[in-house]
Design a protein around this ligand. Structure first.
Ligand SMILES: Nc1ncnc2c1ncn2[C@@H]1O[C@H](COP(=O)(O)OP(=O)(O)OP(=O)(O)O)[C@@H](O)[C@H]1O
Length: 366
């Protein structure tokens, strides 16, 4: 059986293929086989191609595919090993019956690989290799054992994530996004499902399938992002800037604070209409620390120009972290009457002289 050989060939040091065979249930094995059969290659063989392909082509003899552990809209994600390293293998299969979608998936694959190749930051998923064997493509990245932030939040009680962890997660995502924007890249699908966690709660932004170079993003026409996290200008298919990611970050921050799904009582389409036409946003709970609710409100402002840049968000979050380290009661929950709000601003200014300029640049006005 050809596919069986693929796994055994992928072994490289004898026996691993047979061990793999035993580890997989028949169901798992069939699922793995159905897409991975396209990745059969004689040991040492590389897919030859022009241009950049030489840079990223996986040596399939070094690839061992284990079980499927997640799936996306058009992908299946397997755990495995590549050249001795734990990896995740995202496989995308082009549908035979839909030529337009098949072409779009191929374009997305090429774009995701090109972008991943140039990104190197500890809050961005690391690219390992890729393979192009139509109708199947694969992207191999470092494996994040903690799974997605969405999965983590799903396991928490609502409003239970400690503020220290909220800040850590928010900062790591913001740093990754700040780096991404410094490279002129828009993510365009930032959501808790696309933020991955390590066993040590390290944080990496992933899934660059619909990302683009800012200069080449065009309008949002025919766009396939995810409505609950999507900025209003994008829902309306208007031209958009890097500020669409800041909007999505605001929603992710709300998710982390609440451990809830945004607009869970609505379908994605209803959520899109509510956001774009009625300016709806997920409700900020009264227990949400004022400092955080300000930041969230700024991030998901309707006018993109009023949303801060990620550099400013990083600075503000760092300031909050410093304040919390100095004074554990910094984030005491309260509903802000005007006087308390003023005191809050003053205490921020006392804590960090830099806050005034940050506040101006991030438009964090009272
Ligand atoms: N490197 C990885 N380590 C651990 N889990 C991963 C990794 N890559 C992807 N996953 C898991 O697989 C899921 C789907 O991956 P990804 O978002 O890249 O696929 P996708 O096809 O682009 O999905 P969608 O289009 O639905 O956003 C993620 O939400 C995550 O749970």
């Amino acid at each position: 059986m050809k596919t069986l050989q693929c796994f055994k060939q992928g072994d490289g040091n004898g026996g691993q293929g047979r061990r793999l065979e035993r580890r997989l249930s028949l169901g798992d094995y069939k699922k793995a086989v159905s897409w991975s059969k396209y990745l059969v290659a004689p040991p040492g063989a590389k897919i030859r191609g022009g241009g950049d392909e030489e840079l990223w082509s996986a040596d399939l003899s070094k690839l061992e595919i284990r079980v499927k552990f997640a799936s996306g809209r058009h992908s299946r994600v397997y755990s495995g090993r590549y050249a001795g390293r734990e990896v995740a293998i995202k496989m995308v299969s082009q549908p035979e019956e839909d030529a337009a979608l098949a072409a779009e998936l191929e374009r997305q694959f090429a774009s995701e690989v090109a972008l991943l190749l140039r990104l190197r930051h500890h809050n961005i998923i690391s690219f390992v290799a890729a393979c192009k064997k139509p109708p199947v493509f694969c992207i191999i990245t470092e494996y994040m054992a903690g799974g997605s932030l969405r999965k983590y939040l799903h396991q928490q009680e609502p409003y239970s994530v400690p503020i220290e962890l909220v800040l850590k997660l928010a900062l790591d995502i913001a740093r990754g996004m700040s780096y991404l924007h410094s490279q002129g890249i828009l993510h365009r699908d930032l959501k808790s499902e696309n933020v991955l966690l390590g066993e040590d709660m390290s944080v990496k932004v992933a899934d660059f399938g619909i990302s683009c170079l800012e200069s080449q993003c065009g309008s949002g026409k025919g766009f396939t992002g995810t409505y609950r996290w999507m900025a209003p200008e994008m829902i309306k298919e208007k031209s958009h800037t890097r500020k669409v990611d800041v909007y999505s970050f605001g929603i992710v921050l709300w998710e982390i604070l609440t451990a809830l799904v945004p607009f869970s009582e609505m379908t994605p389409e209803q959520a899109a209409i509510a956001v774009a036409l009625k300016n709806a946003r997920p409700p900020l709970p009264p227990s949400c620390p004022l400092a955080m609710s300000h930041l969230i409100s700024q991030c998901w402002a309707t006018n993109p120009d009023r949303r801060p840049q990620f550099d400013d968000i990083v600075s503000v979050l760092e300031s909050y972290k410093e304040a919390l380290d100095d004074d554990p009661s910094f984030f005491v929950s309260y509903i802000p009457p005007p006087l308390q709000h003023q005191q809050h601003q003053q205490s921020l200014l006392r804590c960090f002289p830099r806050y005034k300029s940050l506040r101006r640049s991030a438009s964090l006005k009272a």
